[in-house]
Write a protein that binds this ligand. Structure first.
Ligand SMILES: Cc1cc2nc3c(=O)[nH]c(=O)nc-3n(C[C@H](O)[C@H](O)[C@H](O)COP(=O)(O)OP(=O)(O)OC[C@H]3O[C@@H](n4cnc5c(N)ncnc54)[C@H](O)[C@@H]3O)c2cc1C
Length: 410
C-alpha cells in the first residue's frame, strides 16, 4: 500500500535534508524524511569529526529555523580569515590575504562542530509538526507517475508525493535513478580532520595555509581549541593516519606555524576523500536535488555546507511561494524557478574551488609568486576586500528569505 499523505518526500536526512524538512514544515508543508541510518547512529558524538565554517547568512538561516539558539553557546564566531602561502618548516609569506572587520552585519560567520550541530538539528526535527521521519530505512527504488513521485524503502513501505527531493549526498542514488549523470573529478587528496588544543589564543581567526601537497586549515573553536583540515596526497594521508598519535602530532606541528604556541591532540582523527562531484542538473521531472547530491566541492574554502544551505533556502522559498499561489510543488515551472535561482551560484562555486585547489596545491616557483602577489593585492584594495568578505559571509547576491533571517512561513 502507498502512503500518499505528504507534500514532499526527502531522501537523505543529513544537514541539508534535515534543514529542508524543518524549513518546509515551517511553511505548512507535510514532509516525509527518509534516512538509511538509524537516529541513534547519527546522534552519536563520534559520527562525524568535522567542524563547519558557517557563513554569516547560514547562521542567520539556522537561527530562523530555531536551531542556532541551541548551539550558539558552543560555537566560535569567525572574526577574521587569513590565507597564507607556505612550505613546511619555512616562515609564512608576508604576502597574505586577510579579511576581518569589513562587514557592518558583524562576524564573517561561525565555527560549529558536527557533534554539536547535528544533534540540535535532529532534536528540532523530532519536535517539528508535519515531519514524519523514516529512520534506518533506505530508498531502493523510485518512479515518477502522473502528478506524483514514489519511492520504495527497504522496509517494504512505499511513499508518494507531488515532489521528491534528493538530499542523499555525493553518491546520490536519487539523482542516478532519475537518469541524471554526474561529473566526478577525484583530486587524489584526502582530508585528515582532527582537533587540537593550543597554548596561545586564536583570536577567532580562521587560518588557511597553502602547502605544496594541499591546503591546511586551522579553524577556531571555543577556548584554545582548533579544528584541523589537512589535505594531503592520498598515499601520504594514509601513512599519516596510521601513525601513533604522538608521531602524527610531530608531523602536524611544523605545518601549523608558531602562532598557537604548544599544541596537543584533542581526540580522534577522521579522513574524507576529496573530489568534485556535480550532477548535470539540479532538477528532473518531479525531482529537485539539494546539498552534496547536487554538488560536492573541495573543502578548501569551507563552502560545501553553505552551498547546500543556500539550496535549501532557495527551494524552501520557491515551494512556499508555489503553495501560496496554489501551484503544484512538483510542477515543471516551479522546479525551473529553483534551478534558475541556484544554477549560477553552484557552477561558480564549483569552478572557483576547483581553480583554487589546482592553483594552490603545487610548488611551482612562478605560480607561487603569482598567488602570493594576488592575495596581497586583494587585501590591499579595500573594495575588493569588502566584496570578498561579503561573498565569504554568504551575503552577496539574491538572498532567499531564510538567509535574510526571516522565519519560514513568516
Ligand atoms: C573535510 C571536510 C571539511 C568540510 N568543512 C566544511 C566547512 O567548513 N563549511 C562548509 O560549509 N562545508 C564543509 N564541508 C562540506 C560539508 O561537510 C558537506 O557539504 C555536508 O556535510 C553535506 O551534507 P548533505 O546533507 O548534503 O550530505 P550527507 O551528509 O552526505 O547526507 C546524506 C544523507 O543521505 C542518506 N542516504 C544516502 N543514501 C540514502 C538512501 N538510498 N536512502 C535513504 N537515505 C540515504 C545518508 O545516510 C546521509 O545521512 C566539509 C567537507 C569535508 C569533506
Amino acid at each position: 500500500m502507498t502512503d500518499a499523505s505528504h507534500d514532499v518526500l526527502i531522501c537523505g536526512g543529513g544537514l541539508a535534508g534535515g534543514s529542508l524538512a524543518l524549513a518546509l514544515a515551517g511553511s505548512g508543508l507535510r514532509v516525509a524524511l527518509v534516512d538509511a541510518l538509524p537516529l541513534a547512529v547519527r546522534a552519536d558524538a563520534a559520527f562525524d569529526g568535522r567542524a563547519y565554517a558557517l557563513a554569516h547568512a547560514s547562521v542567520r538561516m539556522l537561527r530562523a529555523l530555531g536551531v542556532w539558539q541551541q548551539v550558539a553557546a558552543l560555537s566560535q564566531p569567525i572574526l577574521g580569515v587569513r590565507a597564507v602561502d607556505g612550505r613546511v618548516g619555512a616562515p609564512p609569506s608576508p604576502l597574505a590575504l586577510s579579511l576581518g572587520d569589513e562587514l557592518e552585519e558583524g562576524a564573517l560567520g561561525a565555527m560549529v562542530e558536527d557533534r554539536v550541530l547535528r544533534p540540535a538539528l535532529m532534536a528540532a526535527l523530532a519536535a517539528a509538526p508535519r515531519v514524519t521521519q523514516f529512520a534506518g530505512a533506505r530508498v531502493i527504488a523510485q518512479e515518477t507517475g502522473p502528478g506524483e513521485a514514489a519511492v520504495t524503502l527497504d522496509t517494504g513501505a512505499r511513499l508518494a508525493a507531488p515532489l521528491l527531493v534528493g538530499a542523499d549526498g555525493r553518491r546520490s542514488g536519487t539523482a542516478a535513478r532519475a537518469g541524471l549523470r554526474r561529473t566526478v573529478t577525484a583530486y587524489g587528496q584526502t582530508a585528515i580532520v582532527c582537533a587540537i588544543t593550543h597554548d596561545c589564543p586564536h583570536g577567532g581567526i580562521a587560518l588557511q595555509r597553502f602547502l605544496p601537497a594541499g591546503p591546511l586549515a586551522i579553524l577556531p573553536l571555543p577556548g584554545n581549541h582548533a579544528s584541523i583540515v589537512w589535505s594531503e596526497a592520498e598515499a601520504q594521508a594514509a601513512a599519516l593516519l596510521a601513525l601513533p598519535a604522538e608521531d602524527f602530532l610531530a608531523a602536524l606541528a611544523p605545518r601549523l606555524g608558531h602562532g598557537l604556541g604548544r599544541v596537543a591532540m584533542a581526540g580522534a582523527r577522521w579522513s574524507y576523500p576529496l573530489e568534485l562531484s556535480l550532477a548535470e542538473s539540479m532538477v528532473a521531472p518531479r525531482l529537485a536535488l539539494v546539498g552534496e547530491a547536487a554538488h560536492a566541492v573541495h573543502p578548501v574554502a569551507g563552502q560545501g555546507l553553505n552551498l547546500g544551505l543556500r539550496d535549501v533556502a532557495a527551494l524552501a522559498a520557491v515551494l512556499a511561494e508555489a503553495r501560496s499561489r496554489g501551484e503544484d510543488p512538483g510542477g515543471a515551472q516551479v522546479l525551473a524557478r529553483y534551478a534558475r535561482w541556484r544554477g549560477f551560484d553552484t557552477a561558480a562555486m564549483a569552478a572557483a574551488t576547483d581553480l583554487f585547489t589546482r592553483v594552490f596545491s603545487n610548488d611551482l616557483p612562478g605560480l607561487r609568486g603569482l598567488r602570493r602577489l594576488g592575495m596581497a593585492a586583494v587585501t590591499a584594495v579595500g573594495p575588493l576586500r569588502r566584496a570578498l568578505a561579503r561573498e565569504a559571509a554568504g551575503l552577496a547576491g539574491d538572498l532567499p528569505p531564510l538567509m535574510r533571517g526571516e522565519a519560514p512561513g513568516g
